[in-house]
Design a protein around this ligand. Structure first.
Ligand code: GAR
Length: 190
């Protein structure tokens, strides 16, 4: 994959808490990266991540619409803000093939499992049920096929005997916070 060069305008799509978004913003400021979070879009009005974006004076919008209206509106904002990279961080909608094709830039996603294992939902529950020794998280390119694009970075987290889905999710999330900004560094060459 060809790396992105120059100054990269990043948009983050969220649906809720936005802890990954928060880490991306913090990391890019601290490390003066060539990529900056310029725009945040949520499909939910009450998403906490929007509050954090506001605090950091980042353009932010809630688009509470069904597909394809969400995608149409989002595309306008992406163009208007000259976005070069779209990062999904806890975004619960599935992007259409048409939207992905219309975005002439890369789209990446963070997923809470060791892909190709456990695409889709309830990843922690499935890892525990299967008796896996390790779970983790993967940052990958987004394609029209759910959670199937090329892997950029992956991190392993040990599954403990006492784990339940929420305790495992907590540790995986912590690991996610450290790999997502690194994945963007990999995609955006300085
Ligand atoms: C993260 O664990 C992320 O991997 C997951 O949602 C959480 C969002 O947390 N994403 C998916 O499950 C996508 N399939 P955050 O809102 O605090 O960043």
């Amino acid at each position: 994959m060809k790396k992105l060069t120059g100054n990269i305008n990043v948009c983050v799509f969220i649906s809720g808490r936005g802890s990954n978004l928060k880490e991306l913003i913090k990391y890019s400021k601290k490390n003066n990266t060539n990529w900056k979070v310029k725009l945040v879009i949520s499909n939910k009005k009450e998403a906490k991540g929007l509050v954090y974006a506001k605090k950091n004076k980042i353009f932010n919008y809630a688009i509470v619409k069904k597909m394809p209206q969400f995608e149409k509106k989002a595309l306008n904002y992406l163009k208007k803000n000259k976005i070069n990279l779209l990062c999904l961080a806890g975004f619960i909608k599935i992007l259409s093939k048409e939207f992905i094709q219309k975005c002439k830039f890369k789209i990446i996603n963070i997923h809470p499992s060791l892909l190709p294992k456990y695409k889709g939902l309830n990843t922690h529950e499935r890892a525990i049920k299967a008796g896996d020794k390790y779970s983790g998280s993967t940052v990958h390119y987004v394609t029209a096929k759910l959670d199937s694009g090329k892997k950029i970075i992956q991190t392993k987290v040990k599954v403990l005997k006492a784990d339940n889905p929420s305790s495992l999710a907590k540790r995986v999330l912590k690991a996610e916070h450290s790999i997502y900004p690194k994945a963007i560094d990999i995609v955006c060459e300085k």
